[in-house]
Design a protein around this ligand. Structure first.
Ligand code: NPQ
Ligand code: MG
Length: 374
C-alpha cells in the first residue's frame, strides 16, 4: 500500500475514578490517536504512552514529536507500506516502541479493512471470547478498596489485580483475599516500587496464593527478579522489563519471570507481541494481555490478541466502563452475561472491528490535529 497521510489527534478523557499506582495518580487519560489514509483504506490506532514519562520513558508529546520528525517521514516516502514493513522501515530509530506500535497498528487496521480480515483472524485468535481481569488502583483507605473490589466482583471480572507499593501491600492483599475467598484469581502489581532489600518482605505475600507478583523492581534489573523468584513461592511476572522478544527470551532463560505480561505498545507492536507469545508458548510460559487504559480503539486490538492460544490467564482487558463513562468507539466493550460473564467478545469486523466516533475525537481534542503528508 501507499501511505498517503498520517493524522495525529491528542485527546483527553476523564476517568470514571482516579487511578493511583506506585508512580502516579491519574484523573484524566491524555492519549494520542493515529489516523492513517492509504491507497487502499483508512486505519486508526491508539498510542499507549501516558501524558508524562512515568510508566516508561515515552510520553504523548514525545511520541508526537518522534512520529512527526522521524517515523512519519520514513513511512510517507516509502513506496510499499504494510504492517510487516513498518518495523523494518522505522528500525533506524532507537526505542520509541509505543510510537512505532501505534503506526504499525494503524497501518494494519487499514490493510485488514481493505482485505476484509479482522485483527483476530490476522493475529491467530482461537477463541471468540476472552477472560477479563481488572486492575485496581491504590485506595485512600481499605474500605474504599473493598467497595471497589466488590463492585468488580459483582460485575463478573474473573481476576483481581491490586496495585501495591511499600506501605500498601500485605494488609490490602489480606483484606481482599478475605473478601473474595480462596478461589478467585488475585495478583499484585508493584510497577517497580521495591528494591532488593524487600525480598524477605515480599515473601510474606506467599500465604495469599497469588497468581503472580508483577514487576517489583526497576525495569533494567533482571538479576533482582531472579533472586526474588528463587526466594519466594509466588510466581514473578515481568511487565516494564519485557520490551522485545530478545529480552523476553533472556528473562525466561535466567529464571526472572515465569509468566509474561504482553502489552503491544511496550514491545513495539502487535507483530512483536505475536513473536513473544510464540516464544512463551514454546517455553510453556503463560502469558496475559496487559492494559494501558485504552479507549475502544486500542482495547479492540488487545482483545483480539488475548484470543491467541498462549493467553491462558485473564488480562487487564477490562470493559470500557472500568475507565470511561463514554468510549470513543461506536461499540463500547461490555462484559458478557451467563456463560460469558467476565468475558469480552473478540471483535469480528474488518480491522479492529470498531468505528471511531470522530465527532468525539474533535470535541475532546486538546490541540488541533496535525496531518503529515509525503
Ligand atoms: C500496568 N496498567 O500494568 C499498567 C500501568 C499503568 C491497567 O494496571 C494512564 C495511562 C495511567 C496508562 C497507570 C494497569 C496508567 C497507565 C498505570 C498505565 O502496569
Ligand atoms: Mg504492570
Amino acid at each position: 500500500m501507499k501511505l498517503e497521510s498520517i493524522t495525529l489527534h491528542r485527546v483527553a478523557m476523564p476517568l470514571v475514578r482516579p487511578f493511583e499506582t506506585s508512580f502516579a495518580r491519574q484523573t484524566t487519560r491524555v492519549l494520542l490517536l493515529v489516523h492513517v489514509r492509504t491507497s487502499e483504506a483508512e486505519g486508526w490506532a491508539e498510542c499507549v504512552a501516558m501524558e508524562g514519562p512515568l510508566y516508561s520513558s515515552e510520553y504523548v508529546e514525545g511520541a508526537e514529536h518522534v512520529i512527526r520528525s522521524y517515523l512519519a517521514p520514513a513511512l510517507l516516502k516509502a513506496t510499499d507500506v504494510t504492517a510487516e514493513t513498518v518495523g523494518p522501515l522505522t528500525a533506524f530509530v532507537v526505542g520509541h516502541r509505543m510510537a512505532k506500535a501505534a503506526l504499525e497498528a494503524a497501518v494494519l487496521d487499514a490493510q485488514l479493512r481493505a482485505s476484509g480480515v479482522s485483527f483476530g483472524g490476522y493475529l491467530g485468535a482461537v477463541t471468540d471470547w476472552v477472560d477479563c481481569g481488572v486492575s485496581v488502583g491504590i485506595s485512600p483507605d481499605l474500605d474504599t478498596l473493598l467497595d471497589e473490589v466488590s463492585g468488580y466482583v459483582d460485575e463478573g471480572y474473573r481476576r483481581i489485580k491490586l496495585k501495591i507499593k511499600p506501605g500498601w501491600d500485605l494488609i490490602p492483599v489480606y483484606a481482599v483475599r478475605e473478601l473474595i475467598g480462596p478461589d478467585m484469581l488475585l495478583q499484585v502489581d508493584a510497577n517497580t516500587a521495591y528494591s532488593a532489600a524487600d525480598i524477605a518482605h515480599l515473601g510474606r505475600l506467599d500465604p495469599f496464593n497469588l497468581v503472580l507478583i508483577e514487576q517489583p523492581f526497576v525495569e533494567e534489573d533482571i538479576a533482582t527478579h531472579v533472586a526474588l523468584a528463587r526466594a519466594i513461592e509466588t510466581p514473578v511476572c515481568l511487565d516494564e522489563s519485557i520490551v522485545s522478544v530478545g529480552v523476553a527470551l533472556d528473562a525466561i532463560e535466567r529464571g526472572a519471570t515465569s509468566v509474561i505480561n504482553i502489552k503491544p505498545g511496550r514491545v513495539g507492536g502487535y507483530l512483536e507481541s505475536v513473536r513473544i507469545h510464540d516464544l512463551c508458548v514454546a517455553h510453556e510460559v503463560p502469558v496475559w494481555c496487559g492494559g494501558m487504559l485504552e479507549t475502544g480503539v486500542g482495547r479492540a486490538a488487545n482483545v483480539a490478541l488475548a484470543a491467541l492460544p498462549g493467553f491462558i490467564l485473564p488480562g487487564d482487558t477490562s470493559a470500557s466502563s472500568r475507565y470511561f463513562a463514554e468510549d470513543l468507539v461506536e461499540e463500547p466493550f461490555v462484559l458478557g452475561t451467563g456463560e460469558h460473564a467476565g468475558q469480552l467478545a473478540v471483535p469480528t469486523g474488518p480491522g479492529t472491528g470498531v468505528t471511531v466516533r470522530e465527532h468525539l475525537v474533535r470535541d475532546w481534542a486538546l490541540v488541533a490535529p496535525v496531518t503529515l503528508r509525503g
